[in-house]
Write a protein that binds this ligand. Structure first.
Ligand SMILES: CC(C)(COP(=O)(O)OP(=O)(O)OC[C@H]1O[C@@H](n2cnc3c(N)ncnc32)[C@H](O)[C@@H]1OP(=O)(O)O)[C@@H](O)C(=O)NCCC(=O)NCCS
Length: 81
């Protein structure tokens, strides 16, 4: 899963609500067992969204992403049914 929200809408609880509803919908509609997402190590807002919707922190993938010429760690979160 990945998500992005225009900056002017940040901090209103929108993405937490959207992700929660999205996960409930696709777990119901499809026979999925696992939904996961990666957050850049510095993206505390995204990690908080995942915690708020009941996803569990699974670990850190070192230097997983290449961003602005630098390799950065990513935090893995998942919800398993
Ligand atoms: C990350 C993003 C999706 C959050 O969307 P949002 O609608 O603002 O999120 P919500 O309002 O539902 O919740 C944000 C939570 O993170 C917290 N938060 C935000 N910035 C934070 C920071 N720098 N440090 C700690 N917590 C932070 C908020 O306080 C809130 O938690 P709370 O309800 O307990 O107070 C949005 O900022 C975004 O689209 N960013 C750009 C793209 C991106 O980073 N996508 C994710 C890639 S993994």
């Amino acid at each position: 899963m990945g998500y992005w929200l225009a900056e002017k809408y940040w901090g209103k609880g929108l993405m937490s609500e959207a992700v929660k509803k999205f996960m409930a919908h696709i777990f119901t509609k499809f026979s999925l067992r696992r939904i996961y997402a990666y957050a850049y190590a510095r993206n505390k807002g995204s990690m908080r969204v995942m915690e708020k919707v009941g996803m569990k922190f699974e670990g850190i993938a070192p230097k997983y992403a290449l961003k602005d010429g630098k390799y950065i760690d990513c935090y893995i979160y998942a919800r398993v049914k």
